[in-house]
Design a protein around this ligand. Structure first.
Ligand SMILES: [Zn+2]
Length: 396
């Protein structure tokens, strides 16, 4: 297994932003080598096990010096270049400010052991933070684990000195301290880089869902690689990421983009413009004949996830407080964060845990009021919980 399956440059899909050089050069991990690419794979596995999701995705930022690091083998350097070329890893002259920018905009957690002291003034949430920074640590038996970090609260003079060092380091570059901060509206547009063959902003990749984060420079969106102002391709379609659990494990995650419905089922058939997610191979026991070939069609409208039941047996919606509603065959449900859409007791769809700027407002569901049999999210007819085991028919 390589780290490749964990890589994405779409901040909507990423769970962590990773300082690749920092991890690959950490000689406390795995081997005594000064740089070892296997540490990145070990980190990804450790993160996946830490969050209990083997479909975990990371946004990997690599500083240029690692791409030519002679402590890596030729094959390891070639691998890194391949990932950069494939748009799976973002190369930077210096990675640390980009890591914080991505974390700030997208809400992902940061994997690094840097103190980021020079960024505390601009990003006050860093000081004393206890839940946004983790680092890999060696475990007995040559394994790698994940430790949560408590960020320092630096004195003002420490910040100033770090900032000055940084200004010297980036001489000739823009002093970004005077900027007004990254702008969310940049994330709501699709961008194209004027440079031909740009890996970050070539546009049109992966159903239009994936796009790296633009850099903010004096009010403009700029390609972080080519430093050219990006060309606005129009509004980015709204999207919601869902995870599909089978037998208590996340088997896959899917970004549902407005205008590109996703059909989930045992052996689904997708029409033009749709995508099919085949879950048949993961099903076991009764689920193999109770889950329909095309069980549910997921659509995104203005950031709201709609589930259209297309099954023989219907679905159930289980809220965080354990209450359940039935979604009868042919009906539609607006799924909210915190709710599980069960195709079967062992198979469910839920919205990914992290809120992203492009999602619509999906507040946590309130407990259903007794006097209100139809919740505010109801589109079709939803019946109170029944014994769903009775009257279930094998599907077509
Ligand atoms: Zn570019």
């Amino acid at each position: 297994m390589s780290a490749e399956q964990f890589l994405t440059l779409d901040p909507a899909s990423a769970d962590f932003v990773v300082d690749v050089s920092n991890v690959v050069r950490d000689d406390a991990l795995l081997s005594a080598r000064k740089a070892d690419l296997e540490r990145l794979t070990a980190l990804c596995r450790a993160l996946a096990s830490h969050v209990g999701d083997h479909t975990l995705q990371i946004y990997a930022v690599v500083d240029d010096s690692l791409l030519t690091d002679s402590y890596l083998t030729r094959a390891e350097r070639a691998q890194l270049h391949d990932w950069v070329e494939a748009g799976l890893m973002e190369p930077r002259t210096v990675a640390d400010d980009r890591l914080i920018e991505i974390a700030d905009l997208s809400g992902v957690s940061v994997v690094s052991d840097d103190g980021f002291v020079e960024f505390h003034r601009r990003y006050p949430w860093i000081s004393g933070n206890r839940d946004r920074f983790v680092k890999p640590v060696p475990l007995p038996g040559g394994r790698v684990g994940i430790a949560r970090r408590v960020m320092p609260v630096p004195e003002d003079w420490q910040i100033t000195r770090k900032e000055e060092e940084r200004l010297l380091l980036s001489a000739g570059m823009l002093d970004r301290r005077t900027g007004s901060g990254p702008r969310r509206e940049f994330l709501e547009r699709l961008w194209r880089c004027p440079e031909r063959g740009c890996r970050l902003f070539e546009g049109g990749r992966r159903t239009g869902a994936g796009q790296a984060l633009p850099r903010h420079d004096r009010g403009r969106a700029v390609c972080p690689t080519h430093r050219l102002p990006l060309i606005d391709r129009g509004p980015r379609p709204s999207q919601v990421e869902v995870k599909i659990h089978v037998n208590d494990e996340v088997q896959t995650r899917v970004v549902v983009v407005a205008g590109h419905d996703v059909v989930v089922g045992r052996d689904p058939v997708a029409r033009k413009g749709q995508r099919a997610v085949l879950i048949g191979p993961w099903l076991t026991g009764a689920a193999t004949h109770l889950v329909s070939r095309s069980h549910v069609r997921l659509a995104c409208h203005d950031g709201v996830l709609e589930a259209h039941d297309t099954s023989t047996n219907g679905c159930r919606v289980r809220s965080a407080d354990g209450t359940e509603r039935e979604v009868r065959p042919g009906r539609t449900w607006q799924l909210r964060r915190g709710q599980r859409l069960l195709l079967h007791e062992s198979v469910w769809v839920e919205i990914s845990g992290r809120t992203f700027v492009l999602e619509g407002e999906t507040p946590l569901p309130k407990a259903p009021a007794r006097s209100e049999p139809s919740g505010p999210t109801m589109l079709g007819q939803i019946l109170p919980k029944q014994d769903h085991r009775k009257g279930r028919r094998p599907t077509r």
